[in-house]
Each structure stands twice: as structure tokens, then as C-alpha cells.
Design a binder for this molecule. Structure first.
Ligand SMILES: NC(=O)c1ccc[n+]([C@@H]2O[C@H](COP(=O)([O-])OP(=O)(O)OC[C@H]3O[C@@H](n4cnc5c(N)ncnc54)[C@H](OP(=O)(O)O)[C@@H]3O)[C@@H](O)[C@H]2O)c1
Length: 301
């Protein structure tokens, strides 16, 4: 009997790590990828890919994208939901369409809403993967959150480094909460928060001055040397990080039971403890409930 088509829904598939992951995933026969992308994004040429409009800076667009995905699925399940898009700015003055600080809105709030809207469509035995970052962890970035301050993070102003770390903590706590939902256990859904680690040559630092970006790439050997003492400074390639993301998505790699955080440490996939805050059930639940309020989720959703 022919195997049914495997359906992947993905954000952040048009550049960097996600573009490489998409190439790996769609190289496997019988794969259909529904990806959300802005009109200005590069159009992936991968076979089996359908591009639907999505700007994560607007919660209305997130809802429209989720509805469009459900329409295209026509009752078929989503085998893998890969929430990989991300952005980083030099300051926190910009607001989303809904008035929230743009980094926190795009990286966390939009993906939180998308996960909530599409989780019911994820297949039994399916996977949900959010791309997080080790910069959520004060052991890596000293200014990363040690306690929750969700309302402050959602407001423009403040440090851009904190905004990025907080948004990636949001991704991690969302994955942790999905992992313990009764429906996830009943339906054997695997929830993963993937940290690609420092990865040079992607578009993430595009808002940084060109000279800083060139310098960063030129300093790759220095980073590699320093990573002997500080593993977080090991600089991965987008190809390797993308391949690992695809392998987590296609089931080549599965975290051990009770582990959600999957991290590239010096280029190798490990399942270490995330930060203390990311392992705190009260923080996990507070992020989940406050994000529902901030994204306007109703009780029925
Ligand atoms: N690079 C690193 O060192 C590093 C380290 C740890 C974690 N990460 C995480 O890895 C993920 C991928 O990042 P990357 O390094 O591959 O960067 P990238 O090349 O800039 O890719 C980011 C992706 O997100 C999409 N995106 C950004 N803003 C969006 C929006 N408002 N609406 C819809 N899509 C949007 C981009 O679409 P466009 O093509 O339209 O720009 C692109 O496809 C991110 O979640 C990032 O936080 C990266």
C-alpha cells in the first residue's frame, strides 16, 4: 500500500537554518511542506512546497495563516509543525501591528498563537518543534532572564539583548508546556525546543551594521578557539544546524523521555538542562496563560 504524504508546516523556511532544513525535508519523497512567508521573502524552490502569506508581526496574519493551512489540509493531519522563524533588532523601539515589542511579538507571541491554533491538527505521533536559543540562559548571556517579566518584555523599550533572550525563553517554555499537556501525552506528540547555537552566515543579524556582520564572519577562527573554554562560542554553519533541525523533524533524532531541550553543543546534538527558569513549572504555566491573554485566545481555542 502506498504510504500517505507526510505534511510539514513551517515558519522561517526562507533563509538561513530553516531554508537548509526545508531542503533536507523536501528531499524525502512524499513530503508536502506548507510554509508561511512574507511577500518579500525568497521563494524556496524545493519540490512539494506551498507558500502561504504570513507576517508574524501581526496576530491577525497568524490567525489567517492558521486558517489557510487548515483549509489546505482539508482534514489531513500535520505530521510536523516547525516554528523556526526568528528576528533580532539593534533596539526595541519597533512595535508589532498589535502594539507589542517587535522581537517578543514575532519570536514568541506569534509562534505561541500558531502552536495553539494548529496543535489540534497535529497528527497522533506527530512533532512540534520550536527553535529557541541558548541565549535564553543567564549562564550564556548574563542579562538573560532570571525571573519572568512578561508585561515588560511585551512593551517596547529596554535592552534588545534582553528582548531576544526573553523571546527565546518564551519559545522554550511553550515547548515545555506543550510537552506536559494531557492531549500531547494522549496523542503521543513529541515537543522539542531546538537550540542551533551560534550560527554564522544567516540573516539573523541583518539589522546589525554591515561591518559588524563581516567582522563576525571573519572572526570565525577566533570564536572556534574561544569555544574550547566557552562552548556557546562554537560557531555552527547554517547547513549543519539546518540538517539537525530536519533530523529532529523527521524523527532521525528523538530527545530522551522527559527532555524537551535539544541543543547543538560544539556542533553535537545534546539534551542538556536549559536555564533554571526554563525548568520552572510555575514560570512555564505563567508564560502559557499570560501569552494566551496577550494573543487574545478565547477559552474555546
Ligand atoms: N543564527 C544564530 O546564531 C541563531 C542562534 C540561536 C538561535 N537561532 C534561531 O534560529 C532561527 C532561524 O534563524 P536564522 O539564524 O536562520 O536567521 P534568518 O536567516 O534571518 O532566518 C529567519 C527566518 O525567519 C523569518 N522571519 C523573520 N521575521 C519574520 C516575520 N515577521 N514574519 C515571517 N517570517 C519572519 C525570515 O523570513 P524572511 O526571509 O522574510 O526574512 C527567515 O525565514 C531563529 O528562530 C533564531 O532565533 C539562530
Amino acid at each position: 500500500m502506498p504510504e500517505r504524504t507526510r505534511t510539514i508546516v513551517m515558519t522561517g523556511a526562507t533563509s538561513g537554518i530553516g531554508a537548509h532544513a526545508l531542503q533536507h525535508l523536501t528531499a524525502q519523497p512524499g513530503t508536502r511542506a506548507l510554509i508561511g512567508a512574507r511577500p518579500s521573502s525568497a521563494r524556496p524552490a524545493s519540490p512539494g512546497t506551498e507558500v502561504l502569506p504570513l507576517d508574524l508581526s501581526s496576530l491577525a496574519e497568524v490567525r489567517a495563516f492558521a486558517a489557510a493551512v487548515l483549509g489546505r489540509l482539508d482534514g489531513d493531519p500535520v505530521d510536523v509543525l516547525v516554528l523556526n522563524a526568528g528576528t533580532q533588532f539593534m533596539n526595541t523601539r519597533a512595535r508589532s501591528a498589535d502594539g507589542y515589542e517587535l522581537t517578543f511579538a514575532v519570536n514568541h507571541l506569534a509562534h505561541y498563537l500558531l502552536a495553539r491554533l494548529l496543535l489540534p491538527a497535529v497528527a497522533d505521533g506527530g512533532r512540534v518543534i520550536l527553535t529557541t536559543s541558548d541565549t535564553h540562559d543567564p549562564r550564556v548571556i548574563r542579562s538573560a532572564p532570571r525571573s519572568l517579566d512578561i508585561d515588560a518584555w511585551a512593551r517596547p523599550g529596554g535592552s534588545s539583548l534582553v528582548a531576544y533572550s526573553a523571546s527565546k525563553l518564551g519559545n522554550l517554555l511553550t515547548a515545555e508546556k506543550i510537552a506536559v499537556l494531557p492531549e500531547t501525552a494522549e496523542r503521543h506528540i513529541t515537543s522539542i525546543a531546538f537550540n542551533p547555537g551560534l550560527t554564522g552566515g544567516t540573516g539573523l543579524s541583518r539589522s546589525a551594521p554591515a561591518a559588524a556582520r563581516v567582522l563576525m564572519q571573519g572572526l570565525r577562527p577566533v570564536f572556534m578557539l574561544l569555544s574550547r573554554f566557552r562552548p556557546a562560542l562554537y560557531m555552527n554553519t547554517p547547513e549543519h544546524a539546518g540538517q539537525t533541525l530536519a533530523q529532529l523533524a523527521d524523527g532521525t533524532f528523538t530527545p530522551p523521555a522527559d527532555r524537551v531541550y535539544a541543543s547543538l553543543v560544539r556542533g553535537n546534538l545534546e539534551y542538556p538542562d536549559p536555564s533554571d527558569l526554563a525548568r520552572n513549572p510555575a514560570a512555564r504555566d505563567e508564560m502559557w496563560h499570560r501569552s494566551a491573554e496577550l494573543t487574545g485566545l478565547t477559552r474555546q481555542e
